[in-house]
Design a protein around this ligand. Structure first.
Ligand code: PMV
Length: 366
């Protein structure tokens, strides 16, 4: 396996080449939201997230030189089942990233994935699923070509490939906080990939909890892709992109300074703005449920009474994430169990936290 004169990977397939890689990659929750994009999965504004820990996808990729004329996805299973709709989506994705991994067409791939959370639980699974696949492909490339050779390039490439499958997935390849999108405040930030944002953090924001309250488990009535597309005609789009840029800069300052009140203000404003954009799209739609609003009211009341700086945030759905400094875990858990679990579907909630980022599982770890 070698590079040609253009630096492109060239494959001379040989029977010794079969191999396999295995990654566990987490989901993430955005504090500053990505909502609206340009062609090529380029975000209209930068976004900042926390990478989670317990909510993750494990993906196994095995590869061997193509037996037929052209290779690519031969088998795909999710939680042990062959799901044709998922397989088609992954096949489309593998074609979309063909120029990043030109050697793929010479291989037969088998992919199998497992989520740590139920598929229909309403937790965004595309970030963990697509980042896990992108990490596997980048590991495969490294196994075949010894490139990307350093970790910095490895994760940047995986982030870039993950972004093409699902924008938010770009951020999942890093632990802790990640920034995706070009931001004046962060010199090496880019629209094509995310960068880690953990260098200049106040101690108060290093260890964060995220309680995910499952208000409704039904599949989303409006997909994220539709939602992003509706931003193109949203009358508030330009104002929103300006606000998100401002929130990005401000949140970076706040994370360094340790200003908990301002953290809560920005995070909650982002969540409410996201949903107000959905309501003000044409056609407008509402993903919030009565339980979502009950929880928001109670979170605010609890914050007033206890001064614990917990913040709610929302994805593109009715479920509520409660983000808080992990040292308040016991009080927050008690609050959820006594006051919020009743608003959750079958009382379900996930006691998650900011995590260590994706893990490659090798040898004895398997
Ligand atoms: O990654 P996508 O295309 O599914 O978009 C996700 C957008 C939000 O989850 C609503 C916000 C975000 O930044 O994660």
């Amino acid at each position: 396996m070698q590079n040609n004169d253009n630096g492109m990977n060239r494959v001379t397939a040989s029977p010794e080449m079969p191999g396999s890689v295995h990654w566990r990659s987490p989901s993430n929750i955005a504090l500053v939201k990505y909502w609206g994009k340009k062609k090529g999965q380029i975000p209209e504004n930068p976004s900042i997230s926390i990478t989670l820990s317990k909510s993750h996808t494990e993906t196994f990729l095995s590869y061997s030189p193509a037996k037929g004329q052209a290779g690519i996805l031969k088998e795909f299973s999710f939680e042990g089942k062959e799901l044709p709709a998922f397989k088609e989506r992954i096949e489309r994705y593998l074609h979309q990233i063909g120029s990043l991994y030109p050697f793929l067409k010479d291989f037969d791939l088998t992919l199998s994935s497992y989520n740590s959370f139920p598929h229909s639980s309403g937790i965004a699974s595309s970030a963990s699923a697509l980042s896990a696949i992108a990490l596997c492909l980048t590991s495969m490339e490294r196994a075949l070509f010894s490139s990307p050779s350093d970790d910095y390039s490895f994760f940047r490439k995986a982030s870039c490939a993950a972004r093409i499958g699902s924008g938010s997935a770009a951020r999942s390849v890093y632990p802790g906080y990640a920034l995706w999108g070009s931001a004046a405040e962060v010199p090496h930030s880019a629209n094509e990939y995310a960068v880690p944002l953990n260098d200049n953090l106040h101690d108060d924001f290093r260890d964060m909890g995220d309680a995910i309250l499952i208000v409704d488990e039904s599949p989303k009535p409006v997909s994220s892709s539709k939602g992003h597309a509706l931003m193109e005609s949203n009358p508030w789009a330009a104002v929103r992109y300006g606000q998100a840029k401002m929130h990005t800069g401000r949140l970076i300052e706040v994370l360094a300074a340790g200003d908990a009140g301002e953290f809560v203000r920005i995070v909650e404003k982002e969540a409410m703005t996201l949903h107000s954009l959905m309501m003000s799209s044409d056609p407008g739609y509402i993903l919030l449920k009565p339980g979502t609003l009950e929880i928001i009211d109670k979170v605010r009341q609890f914050r007033l009474e206890t001064t614990i700086p917990l913040a709610f945030t929302l994805d593109a759905g009715p479920n509520v994430h409660i983000i808080y400094p992990a040292r308040f875990r016991e009080s927050v858990k008690d609050f959820i169990e006594h006051q919020l679990a009743g608003h959750c579907s079958k009382g379900k909630w996930i006691d998650d936290n900011a995590g260590e980022g994706p893990v490659e599982i090798t040898g004895n770890d398997r």
